[in-house]
Write a protein that binds this ligand. Structure first.
Ligand code: TRP
Length: 333
């Protein structure tokens, strides 16, 4: 039997290249090797944005479109929406009961989120009961399918540790080796920084979206930071001190392209503006097929909704199997 992966993303709206390179590309490969479940975590969105839900439904669709356009294949993988699998909420109840309070309180990922919340909303933003339960709900997502592995970024590993602890504790308390202790599957791609050299993020306005047009992409790339010490084209360049543009070349270019850029830059034969024009063209070329597929789905939203409905149905069937066993173990009627 194939090993199983579960992974999810919060519906933050249209995704950027950081999501693509850091997460989605990895999923697209893994789906051929593992029995794969990918879901949009709309309940998790509520942990911080419970009062800003106007665009939530559209955001769920946008995330799904980006996945499908990027190559997540609903014929191979189960693609679903968290809130359309209510079994997860029931499992969340059982897991909540057996999770010691201090396990969630010391979750470092959560501490970071609270810090961000505080700086965004000011003094009076409090941690809700739901937000405190973030790692428990995430464990329910993963254990709902009894996953063996969870492909995530390094920032999520502490959460997976809690999931492993909860799974072990459940098995111990209910005296059966029922749940797997899921392992994180880290991807080894290089992290892409934002156009300003900081972490790429929607709220920092330094991102390039999968859904950006070629014109917008080209324009954005022209704002990418380069070698700050370089003023004229003929100044000798330092690719290793080029804060953004050369790093992008290293991610998207072929070996030959990267060598050529380095050589010409160091010799003062390549201006930064020209260099970024070429870089924009390269990125546009790479994303052209994905963007074309994206446009198709944008014009066939009903097809996307069908995929999510079908996927959620499939996910529910798996979830119900697990939940029946969980109810038996916990001694529910
Ligand atoms: N916490 C994850 C994030 O912010 C999203 C997520 C929710 C998730 N549930 C999950 C990831 C289960 C993997 C498995 O990106």
């Amino acid at each position: 039997m194939k090993e199983r992966i579960v992974s999810g993303m919060r519906p933050t709206g249209k995704l950027h290249l950081g999501h693509y390179l850091g997460v989605i590309q990895n999923w697209v490969e893994l789906q051929h090797k593992y029995d794969s479940f990918f879901f949009v975590a709309d309940w998790h969105a509520l942990t911080t944005k419970y009062d800003k839900t106007e665009s939530l439904r559209d955001d769920v669709i946008d995330v799904a479109i980006d996945w499908l356009a990027s190559g997540i294949d609903p014929e191979i993988s189960t693609v679903y929406v968290q809130s359309m699998v209510p079994e997860i909420a029931e499992l969340n109840v059982y897991l909540g009961m057996i999770t010691p309070q201090n396990w969630v309180e010391r979750d470092p990922c959560l501490k970071d989120m609270v810090k961000i919340l505080r700086t965004k909303d000011g003094q009076d933003s409090q941690m809700s009961y739901g937000l405190l339960g973030y790692p428990v709900l995430m464990s329910a997502d993963i254990m709902m399918m009894n996953a063996t592995h969870v492909p995530v970024g390094i920032d999520q590993v502490a959460h997976i540790e809690i999931t492993r602890d909860i799974a072990r504790r459940f098995n111990h308390i209910y005296k059966e080796e029922f749940f797997n202790e899921p392992k994180p599957l880290l991807n080894h791609c290089s992290l892409i920084c934002g156009l300003d050299g900081n972490k790429m993020g929607k709220s920092f306005q330094n991102d390039i979206k999968i859904s950006d047009t070629e014109e917008v992409t080209a324009k954005k790339i022209m704002t990418a930071i380069t070698d700050r010490s370089r003023l004229r084209k003929t100044d000798l360049g330092h690719p290793d001190e080029c804060e953004v543009a050369f790093k992008y070349w290293e991610i998207f270019g072929t070996k030959e392209q990267i060598e050529k850029v380095r050589f010409e830059c160091e010799k003062g034969e390549r201006g930064c503006a020209d260099c970024k024009r070429q870089l924009g063209a390269l990125i546009n070329e790479k994303f052209a097929p994905i963007r074309e597929k994206r446009r198709y789905y944008e014009n066939h939203i009903d097809e996307v909704k069908d995929i999510l409905n079908e996927g959620s149905k499939k996910a529910r069937i798996e979830a119900q199997k697990i939940l029946t066993e969980v109810r038996r173990l916990v001694k529910m009627y």
